[in-house]
Design a protein around this ligand. Structure first.
Ligand code: PAF
Length: 301
């Protein structure tokens, strides 16, 4: 309650500072650090939705200043993916940021982030090779590279990421640990629309009919969890049921259904212990992902 009041008071008195160049952002970060203020960071590709707003809220609760970056990172899009059509709506995003009481928007240009002679890329091995890494060539290299660059520019004490992108979070945590980065990665639970659809910038690609089809992702996860609670432990049985649910309505193209260890991403044959169930599927042009964790005590022996 006290926190909420503080945020409301800050919202009334603050204006959003916008840094469009790396040097400006570095200058701001340096000044905040000199004043011993903690920097919270929420990296995004814009087109802000409730999931992003939840991350910003968390950062506002735990940090003195909150930086949000909006950068549609070209290196994490494959050749046949939606880089050019990815939704961009800066003015709308700025309005949303102003309403949240975020302090600083970092909005660099692609030419400055990746000048012509750009050469360096970060690869987190092993865990990047499963699930989304299998069919999205170079995706996690693009994510790790841009996140490391952003960390070096923004110099956050804490960085906030959503668990909808479970594997992305694991890749970033591994990078932070392996490269001894001085930033705490904070996990924030996935946020859903009232109808169950996991919030995503790509949801806006969905027609009303496609949206109905897209709901089968969250529905199939709910059913999987119910089946596991009732005693099913075979990953194949659960995976087949998810597949049936996804294919029930026309227009869902499955990329993967994974039932695996939530840290190593190795597939499980039996659902025992903490288990990640993750799905990726295309509905129309929207590539959607969703996941849930099944805990030990939910599984019957
Ligand atoms: O999750 C995202 O929006 C992006 O992958 C991120 C972390 C902002 C890097 O571009």
């Amino acid at each position: 309650m006290i926190e909420t009041k503080n945020i409301a008071a800050r919202r009334e008195t603050k204006t959003l500072q916008v840094a469009s160049s790396i040097s400006k952002m570095k200058e701001i970060a340096e000044s905040l650090r000199r004043q011993n203020l903690t920097i919270g960071f929420v990296p995004t590709m814009g087109c802000l939705h409730g999931g992003h707003l939840r991350l910003i809220k968390k950062s506002l609760e735990f940090c003195d200043r909150t930086v949000v970056s909006i950068f549609v990172n070209p290196t994490q899009f494959g050749r046949d993916e939606d880089l050019d059509s990815y939704p961009r709506q800066l003015e709308d995003d700025i309005e949303k940021l102003e309403a949240t009481a975020a302090d600083i928007l970092f909005h660099p240009g692609a030419e400055e982030m990746y000048p012509q002679n750009y050469k360096t890329h970060v690869q987190v091995q092993d865990i990047s090779e499963y699930l989304c890494g299998k069919n999205r060539d170079g995706f996690f290299i693009g994510v790790a590279t841009v996140v490391l660059k952003l960390f070096n520019i923004v110099r956050p004490h804490r960085a906030f990421f959503g668990e909808k992108d479970w594997q992305q979070l694991a890749v970033i945590e591994a990078m932070v640990e392996d490269l001894n980065l001085d930033v705490a990665v904070v996990r924030v639970p996935l946020v859903r629309e009232p109808d169950g659809l996991a919030m995503s910038s790509r949801n806006r690609y969905l027609s009303p009919q496609q949206r109905q089809t897209a709901l089968s992702l969250s529905r199939s996860l709910r059913e999987a969890r119910d089946n596991i609670r009732r005693g099913t432990t075979s990953a194949k049985v659960i995976s087949d049921a998810i597949q049936r649910c996804l294919l029930e309505k026309e227009g869902c193209e499955i990329d993967y259904i994974a039932i695996c260890d939530p840290e190593s991403f190795r597939a499980k044959e039996q659902i025992r212990g903490r288990t990640l169930i993750a799905i990726a599927a295309k509905v129309g042009v929207a590539r959607l992902i969703d996941n849930c964790i099944v805990e030990e005590n939910e599984c019957s022996e």
